[in-house]
Design a protein around this ligand. Structure first.
Ligand code: GLU
Length: 468
């Protein structure tokens, strides 16, 4: 039973860009697996590629995780802070004979590869410095810094039962004695991952299948260290709407870009959860439900295809359900980014209620709320079109009525009806100009609801501005 072992999963991004939507799904699955089994989820920043890692990218990962609400129980651990530990393990492996010094220079390696290619052979290290029983090693050349290579077994197969892909087996003969520390002493990627997964007691490595080729090498290092093996599950990649590898040309690929584009985190999470995993026909569910249901058996081994329409549908679904004051707070922040101060308008939660079923993202909601918070001056053309003589007269009457009417939708509606009757107009002949005057545009939800939310003071002020 899984419950009897401590489940520990991790998300181990390299901070070389933003948090990619594929990375977010990996994180979500690893997180949910730990949550499901009462285990721990660990965040590890794999920043050993110093040329490409940046603090801004680390921050983007942390921001993305926070926005999605993927909390971690441990970390973030940074590989750059664990260098001493990697060096210690390399020394242990050198002493144990599971790793060895290799003095072949980069130029020699390149030449070796060229020759192998010319002979139609798979390029690989020729094993010159690999110690063997009874083999005399060359004398180390002066002035060449030795790299450290892993002494990979030459026979047998490395196999594991992948939790997503099923059984996988690779012949050791296919694997090279790969470098675990460069000449300058810096440890390499495949090696650091193993030391970390070992030290951090990771029970389940859930990651993208771009790493499936690394797994046999990593398993061999685990074995050489006498360390207990984690289980591995490799998630298939995410394809764009058109079936091609997901990339920038498909639109947003960074998690925070979804935030910018007005998606709710629960919509993105729900969407990602269904990307390659299913629970019967369930399409909408909370993260609590997801964590209760999530298992690795129901992950599809084939690539998952991105479907923007479905994401938009989920976003609209969650917008409808979202609490009005939460949406109001999000709208204030969004308008603030545009330099619009909406915090002072108390009717904002009610504006949210009026519009949240009509929009598909938070940006549209903020656009809808904008003219409620700040009077938008209708263009002279729009005014000329809608504010004809009779309409001006009716607006003046209406304004008088509005001064004393009980400020609630029903009474406001009666005041409008009385005014159109008095001026011989039809409802749209007054309601449309009224929308233009109040919101700067001819469309809006029911005019009485709009009036009620705007409040007497704003309504009188805005009508007065064009009729006064
Ligand atoms: N750092 C690797 C990446 O960002 C992930 C390594 C792993 O999960 O083992 O692709």
């Amino acid at each position: 039973m899984l419950k009897s072992i401590m489940i520990r999963t991790r998300f181990a991004p390299s901070p070389t860009g933003f948090l990619h939507i594929g990375g977010a799904r990996t994180a979500l699955f690893a997180w949910a697996y730990a949550r499901r089994h009462g285990g721990s989820f660990i965040l590890r920043i794999e920043d050993t590629d110093v040329a490409r890692s940046t603090p801004a990218a680390v921050q983007a990962i942390l921001d993305g995780m926070e926005w999605l609400g993927l909390g971690y129980d441990e970390g973030p651990y940074y590989q750059m802070q664990r260098m001493d530990r990697y060096k210690e393990v390399i020394q242990q492996m050198l002493s144990a004979g599971t790793a060895y010094h290799c003095y072949t220079s980069a130029d020699e390696l390149e030449k070796m590869r060229e020759e192998q290619r010319a002979r139609n052979e798979k390029p690989r290290y020729d094993g010159l410095w690999r110690p063997e029983e009874g083999k005399a090693l060359p004398r180390p050349p002066a002035g060449v810094l030795a790299a450290v290579r892993f002494r990979n077994p030459t026979e047998g197969v490395v196999s594991w039962h992948d939790l997503v892909k099923g059984p996988i087996a690779i012949a050791n003969a296919e694997l090279d004695d790969f470098v675990i520390a460069r000449g300058d002493g810096t440890p390499t990627y495949n090696f650091c991952v193993v030391v970390d997964d070992w030290d951090m007691n990771i029970s389940h490595v859930i990651r993208g299948d771009d790493h499936v080729n690394n797994t046999p090498r990593q398993i061999n290092i685990f074995k050489a260290l006498g360390a207990p093996l984690p289980l591995y599950g490799h998630l298939s990649m995410i394809l764009g709407d058109d079936g091609q590898k997901l990339s920038k040309r498909h639109g947003a690929v960074s998690v925070m870009q979804y935030e910018e584009e007005g998606y709710l985190p629960e919509a993105v999470l729900n969407y990602l959860a269904r990307l390659g995993w299913s629970h019967g026909d369930e399409e909408t569910f909370t993260m609590e439900q997801f964590c209760a249901w999530f298992d690795l058996d129901h992950i599809t081994a084939s690539a998952a295809q991105f479907n923007t329409e479905k994401l938009n549908w989920l976003n609209a679904h969650y917008l409808k359900q979202a609490d009005d004051s939460r949406l109001a707070a999000a709208t204030v922040r969004r308008l603030e980014r545009q330099g619009i101060d909406a915090a002072g308008f108390p009717g904002l939660p009610r504006v949210m209620a009026l519009y949240k079923e009509r929009v598909s993202n938070l940006n549209e909601l903020a656009d809808a709320a904008h003219p409620f918070c700040v009077a938008l001056h209708p263009s002279p053309e729009l005014l000329a079109l809608h504010l004809t003589g009779p309409v001006r007269g009716a607006l003046a009457t209406l304004s008088e009525r509005f001064k004393t009417v009980d400020w609630q939708a029903q009474d406001l509606s009666l005041a409008i009806k009385a005014t159109i009757a008095e001026h011989g107009l039809k409802m749209p002949q007054l309601a449309i100009p009224l929308r233009v005057v109040l919101l700067g545009q001819p469309q809006s939800p029911a005019i009485d609801a709009v009036l009620e939310v705007l409040g007497r003071e704003r309504v009188l002020e805005r009508i007065g501005r064009v009729t006064g």
